[in-house]
Design a protein around this ligand. Structure first.
Ligand code: NAD
Length: 487
């Protein structure tokens, strides 16, 4: 068998070999096939990319904003044209099904569209008369080189939360994608070049810890956007802040969904199946715990089990497949050990995903526990796999109190037809992204992705106007203009 292709870093508009001798296999998790070898790049690779990005910044930051925006318009067109190919790459390296992959591509494109509004988004404010003959105006400027560190679960959407807005604002960018899903970013870089982005404005350095540390410590990298797990996000936030950088870190989750007795149960089950098992549960917005009102719990559980039994598992490229594999063998083993832990700690296994046909890829079937309590490990930890816990509650108050015990607070959903319940939920739940009668309150380009507690470290979130603030700094000019001859 031919050796898999060795990937290169993208620096100064060229694909260049890393200085490393260490390469890691990139797998198709649905087939266990090796699809590429990714360089585990060195600090020297990061230094090179950061120097190049710094030089590019000097020119790019002075390009008029509408000219920068025009490159993003061209990029949007190219991404649209390559929609199917981008989705295919996502399914191959990540495992999610084609429909989900196309959805991810669409979300990434929306970020590019939002960033193309840079001339309006970058506008400052002014006041003509803050004192006699004195006015003040506030201007926005880019920051410099931005570092982006991204996870495996959204190879397109998450980088697109970062670099389109960062470069639209006049910054340059060094991206370190997940070493598990590097293929899609190759295409993102090629299309940016084709759209006319000057060399050096966008760079990719593939790798792991050394690249992350290189980004965190490099003096020319002024701000860092991180998306990934809680422990790594905490580390990135602390080390980046210690180095006096601006840091935003979007981290892990354990999202609760509440089903009240007045809800449309069929709709709730359909949406919860999709939210819990879609993308193999590897979504920061995945539904991990359901709290269901006792009065409808039996009916809800029967419908949920039946729907989970009908989930089709397999290679996401095949028609009709809903549930793909988890990303690696270690994730599959880790999930199975969580299922064992749930049993040991006394939860009831309503549907055992270990018994499905797991052959061929890193599969885990839809798994449902009942009788889960907040003392259990399966309630506390982010499992990040198709494992759902259900808790019966007396009422909405108990549901909210249960969810609020979690250290995570990324998203939360409610299914109900009672508007007062919606208001109570909104006012009392700890979470930054709320869904009402839907399974996944998905992040949109034009609103901030607003996780709370251990789901986010920083001040300004990704997306929306927060991202404009994060990737710019301000200058306030106060000026006196005296024109006595006109008075
Ligand atoms: P991860 O934390 O393992 O990896 C994220 C990035 O950090 C990768 O680029 C990885 O190479 C790097 N990294 C990993 N370990 C490191 C270490 N010890 N030191 C330095 N760098 C390290 O996350 P993942 O497994 O790729 O992604 C899944 C996680 O991401 C989940 O926890 C999920 O909830 C989270 N996530 C959060 C959001 C959000 O918006 N809050 C969105 C997507 C994913």
């Amino acid at each position: 068998m031919a050796e898999a292709r060795k990937l290169k870093n993208f620096i100064n508009g060229e694909w260049v070999e890393s200085k490393t001798t260490k390469y890691e296999e990139v797998y198709n998790p649905a087939t266990k096939e090796i699809v590429a070898l990714v360089p585990i790049s060195t600090k020297e690779d990061v230094d090179h990319a950061a120097e190049v990005a710094q030089k590019a910044f000097d020119k790019w930051s002075k390009v008029p904003v509408q000219k920068r925006a025009r490159i993003l318009f061209a990029y949007q067109q190219l991404l649209e044209k390559n929609r199917n190919e981008l989705a295919r790459l996502i399914t191959i390296e990540n495992g999610k099904n084609t429909t989900e992959a196309l959805g991810e591509v669409g979300r990434g494109i929306e970020n590019v569209e939002f960033a193309a509004g840079a001339p309006t988004l970058m506008m400052g404010d002014s006041l003509s008369n803050i004192a006699t003959d004195v006015e003040a105006a506030n201007y926005r400027y880019p920051i410099g080189v931005i570092g982006g560190i991204t996870p495996f679960n959204f190879p397109m959407m998450v980088p697109c939360w970062m670099f389109p807005m960062a470069i639209a604002m006049g910054n340059s960018f060094v991206l370190k994608p997940s070493e598990k899903t590097p293929l899609l970013t190759e295409k993102l870089a090629d299309l940016l070049k084709e759209a006319g982005l000057p060399d050096g404005v966008f760079n990719i350095v593939y790798g792991a810890h050394d690249v992350v540390n290189g980004i965190l410590d490099h003096p020319e990298i002024k701000a860092i956007s991180f998306v990934g797990s809680k422990p790594v996000g905490e580390y990135v936030f602390k080390r980046g802040s210690e180095n006096l950088k601006r840091v935003q870190a979007l981290t892990g989750a354990k999202n609760h969904t509440t089903v009240l007795k007045d809800a449309d149960l069929d709709q709730a089950v359909k949406d919860i199946i999709s939210a819990a098992f879609g993308s193999a549960g590897e979504r920061c917005m995945a539904c991990a715990v359901v709290t269901v009102e006792e009065d409808v719990a039996d009916e809800f559980m029967a419908k949920l089990k039946e729907a989970a039994d009908n989930v089709k598992m397999g290679n996401g490229l095949d028609d009709g497949v809903f549930l793909g594999p988890v990303i690696r063998e270690e994730n599959q083993k880790r999930t199975i050990s969580y299922i064992e832990k749930g049993l040991e700690e006394g939860a009831t296994l309503v549907r055992d995903g270990r018994k499905d046909d797991l052959e061929g890829g890193y599969f885990v079937g839809p798994t449902i526990f009942e009788g889960v309590t907040p003392e259990m490990t399966i309630w506390q930890d982010e499992i990040f796999a198709p494992v759902l816990s259900v808790i019966r509650v007396k009422n909405l108050k108990e549901a909210v109190e249960t969810a609020n015990k979690s250290n995570f607070a990324n998203g939360a959903c409610i299914f109900t037809t009672n508007t007062s319940s919606v208001r109570y939920f909104r006012e009392n739940i700890d979470a930054g992204m709320l869904g009402v009668n839907l399974g996944v309150p998905a992040p949109m380009a034009f609103f901030p992705f607003s996780g709370w507690k251990d789901s986010f470290y920083g001040t300004l979130h990704a997306n929306g106007k927060d991202s404009v603030d994060f990737y710019t700094r301000k200058k306030v000019v106060t000026a006196r203009y005296v024109a006595p001859e006109f008075n």
